[in-house]
Design a protein around this ligand. Structure first.
Ligand SMILES: *Cc1c(COP(=O)(O)O)cnc(C)c1O
Length: 474
């Protein structure tokens, strides 16, 4: 009638750790992209729950028997799609400990070590990327959540009484608008739709030939909206956009947000971690002028899903927007401590900072920087290989570790090229060797290759390139 006996846990725990160790050691024997058809895995799972308990051994066996075919292996070095999210050894160990401790870190009192380790890790990470001390950080699950909290703070800063009176049924509120480039991530629009700004309250500013927001267009749009009687309140600059990893000109944008008194949020979910490398410091130009910044260690800092860091200079506004303390959560030390539930939509919180503690200590700042730097160098090399071939074409600059390109043998219309490259991507992914993703740039079907897995070595990039050439020219 109680939990699994200690000895049974110990024995099967070792077995699972063995499974994980072998899985990661032999990961290259799997295809990175799962090749199952929709519904295939579901059909293997009994449609009703077991009435009586089963041996845990049976469950462990079914990882292989039922799930494995349906796993897309994000930790596979042939995974070069989207942005990598890979699990390092120390990150996996920290997840295990998180589950064992089972802490809900809603209040300082519900585990002082939780709140204080998170504070310490935010200070470490702030220093690693060279942000000034007036930035306060908190961990959320994803960048989507972080950016939603940024937009909520920007709205709270307007003092429109939205916390008390809401938005619906009011005719005393102006139409609110926020601005981002047409290359910004869809999470910005999701934040707008959940906060009552609406999709039509998101103004997409056009970009230059390098896919960077044009600040003059931003100011034009703001002035036009003010003239029409709507109220601009927030601008999102993206440092490392999702399609091409372009970098919006933060300094020039900050000039405008300061002039019109708008909240400036920087979305650097993917690229932000590169700020720990001295030669990449340029990406943080103007960051000290931002009201908030989001960076995802779960993308390019070898942290298992999920862990997103949100920095803001105005935690008081975040707290004003979200703090709501029912009687049962009041404590005697509320005046002396930080209760993290006050700074966001969720009450319960997972012990995510353990992952940062394990990972930063195990690799060290230099070790992390060295790995990320290596990925950037490999991407530059890959971009050169593309540039050196007459029948391949690069479609965007490569500031980080993502390369946008297409096959272009030179005798095709744009329409034919789109079809050709779509087919090429399909064939590459069906090879079971690598997994790439795509985007559309100025109407062109674009293949994207991204490097950022902790398991990426030079040979993987060489093999990918040789495979891409072979399939394209076939
Ligand atoms: C990946 C990404 C996001 C979304 O990240 P989640 O953590 O999955 O919500 C947002 N913005 C940018 C620029 C991204 O690259």
């Amino acid at each position: 009638m109680f939990d699994m006996p200690t000895e049974e846990f110990r024995k099967n725990g070792y077995k699972l750790v063995d499974w994980i160790s072998n899985y990661l050691k032999d990961i290259e024997k799997y295809p990175p992209l799962s090749q199952v058809k929709p519904g295939e895995i579901f059909a293997r799972i009994p449609s009703t729950p077991p009435q009586n308990g089963e041996e845990i051994e049976r469950v462990l066996e079914d990882i292989d028997r039922i799930l494995l075919d349906g796993i897309t292996h994000w930790n596979h070095p042939g995974f070069m799609a989207y942005f990598n999210s890979t699990s390092s050894g120390p990150g996996i160990l920290a997840e295990l400990l998180t589950a064992a401790l089972g802490i809900n870190g809603m209040l300082w009192k519900t585990s002082p070590a939780f709140t204080e380790l998170e504070r310490a890790m935010m200070n470490w990470f702030r220093q690693m990327i060279g942000l000034p001390e007036n930035y306060w950080g908190i961990i959320y699950d994803t960048a989507s959540t972080s950016s939603m909290h940024a937009i909520a703070s920007a709205r709270e800063q307007l003092n429109l009484g939205i916390r008390e009176k809401g938005i619906s049924g009011r005719n005393d509120l102006p139409k609110l608008t926020l601005y981002c480039s047409e290359q910004a991530h869809s999470s910005i629009e999701k934040g707008a739709l959940v906060l009552g700004i609406g999709l039509d309250g998101v103004k997409k500013i056009s970009v230059n030939e390098k896919f960077e927001m044009i600040p003059e267009k931003l100011e034009e749009a703001i002035r036009e909206d003010i003239r029409k009687g709507v109220k601009p309140f927030c601008v999102i600059a993206t440092v490392g956009t999702t399609s091409t990893t372009s970098v919006d000109p933060v300094d020039a944008i900050a000039e405008i947000t300061e002039k019109y008194n708008l909240w400036l949020h920087i979305d650097s979910a993917y690229a932000g971690v590169t700020a720990m490398i001295p030669e990449m410091k340029w990406i943080t130009k103007g960051w000290g002028r931002a009201d908030s910044i989001v960076i995802n260690p779960h993308k390019w800092m070898f942290t298992p899903m999920d862990l997103s860091i949100y920095f803001t200079r105005k935690p008081d506004i975040l707290k004003r927007a979200f703090s709501l303390v029912p009687e049962y959560l009041k404590t005697q030390v509320d005046d002396e401590v930080e209760n993290l539930m006050d700074y966001g939509i969720q009450l319960g919180r997972r012990f995510r900072s353990l992952k940062l503690w394990f990972i930063i200590r195990y690799f060290g700042v230099d070790g992390l920087a060295e790995r990320i730097r290596n990925h950037i160098q490999l991407a530059k090399e890959f971009a050169n290989w593309i540039d050196d071939e007459k029948d391949f074409e690069r479609l965007a600059p490569v500031p980080f570790s993502t390369v946008c390109f297409r096959y272009n043998p030179g005798d095709k219309t744009e329409q034919e090229l789109n079809e050709l490259n779509e087919k090429l991507l399909e064939n590459i992914n069906a090879s079971g060797k690598i997994f790439l993703s795509h985007t559309k740039l100025n109407g062109k079907f674009t293949i994207r290759l991204t490097i950022g897995s902790i398991r990426h070595e030079r040979r993987h990039i060489e093999e990918a390139w040789s495979l891409i050439k072979t399939i394209a020219r076939r």
